[in-house]
Design a protein around this ligand. Structure first.
Ligand SMILES: [Zn+2]
Length: 317
């Protein structure tokens, strides 16, 4: 396993910690002019209906101040390393297979020390492969994985799913593999020795998102959510309950989208590759939040709403 990681500079780390205090007092303000300038290109015509199931995960409680800049209530919120199984008429795939067995040693140990304490999963975190088995999926049932981006907590579950093909935005693949070391938060082991299908965002604007890519030619699309990482995408799907957008880490919690609040400076300032672009993307999400169900990967409350709307009489897994 490579332990090469591009570490944030001391200055960046100090800046992030100082920014945490400043952000609590004076969070970055929404850009009303940019919000008003956004044009809504509408939803793609969907000819397929999918089901989306969150895999079981154990949330951890974290201070809200470490997730949503400037938000003080509630004092704590839940955060989880979620994954989703999408059942499409022609393929079944996993979005954000984010936890491997022994995640501390195999993934978190590769991260810069300054990030490890903030992101260390609890001992009872559920590996993606175990959660799939619990819910009755065999390896042969899954056709491919679709990470929203290539940070460790969205791909490292692949380590226990050998040979599973991965669909990856070409920009993201280039970002995480170019250069001598992986970017902060990125790991490479998960992508090695498996078929990787790179795609480009070659499709038209969708909703307020500038580019898209149609996965099956039926309105099941990925959309451009750049900022958190250069090639971050969201997965926009038509389900029985309506359209839903699996939004990766474009937001860590729904409060960020509702309030247009960026991630807290620590650790968000170290995790977001481009804070300006990430903040613009938050505006784009805010503008469509009443049109589609937006599910940030790490927000278990959003995953619960998703599950409840699709399975009104069932318990959340
Ligand atoms: Zn991320």
């Amino acid at each position: 396993m490579s332990r090469d990681v591009r570490s944030p500079s001391v200055a960046a780390c100090c800046g992030a910690l100082l920014g945490l205090g400043a952000g609590i007092i004076r969070p970055r303000r929404a850009d009303a002019r940019f919000l008003a300038s956004l044009r809504n290109a509408g939803l793609p015509k969907a000819t397929a209906t999918v089901s989306v199931s969150p895999l079981r995960q154990v949330p951890r409680s974290v201070p809200t101040a470490l997730i949503v800049e400037g938000r003080r209530r509630p004092r704590r919120i839940e955060n989880s390393l979620a994954s989703f199984v999408v059942t499409h008429p022609t393929a079944t795939f996993v979005v954000d297979p984010g936890v491997c067995v022994n995640v501390g040693e195999r993934a978190v140990a590769q991260l810069p020390a300054v990030l490890r304490a903030a992101v260390k999963p609890s001992a009872d975190v559920v590996p993606t492969a175990a959660a799939l088995a619990e819910q009755g999926y065999a390896m042969a049932d899954i056709d491919f994985a679709l990470p929203t981006h290539a940070h460790w907590d969205h791909v490292c579950g692949l380590l226990d799913l050998p040979g599973l093909p991965v669909y990856l935005h070409r920009t993201e693949h280039d970002w995480v593999t170019a250069g001598s070391v992986a970017p902060v938060g990125g790991v490479r082991d998960s992508l090695e020795e498996r078929p990787t299908i790179d795609y480009d965002l070659d499709g038209p604007p969708v909703l307020t998102f500038a580019r898209s890519h149609d996965l099956f030619g039926d309105g099941s699309v990925v959309v451009d959510l750049a900022g958190h990482t250069p090639g971050s995408v969201g997965v926009l799907l038509h389900a029985a309950a309506g359209h839903m957008l699996l939004a990766g880490d474009a937001a860590w919690h729904t409060y960020q989208i509702d309030d247009i609040r960026q991630k807290s400076s620590y650790p968000g300032g170290l995790a977001d590759e481009d804070r300006v672009e990430a903040f613009r993307t938050l505006h784009r999400l805010h503008a469509v939040k009443d049109r589609v169900t937006v599910v940030p990967t790490h927000d278990p409350s959003a995953a619960r709403r998703l599950w409840s709307s699709a399975n009104p009489s069932s318990l959340v897994p």
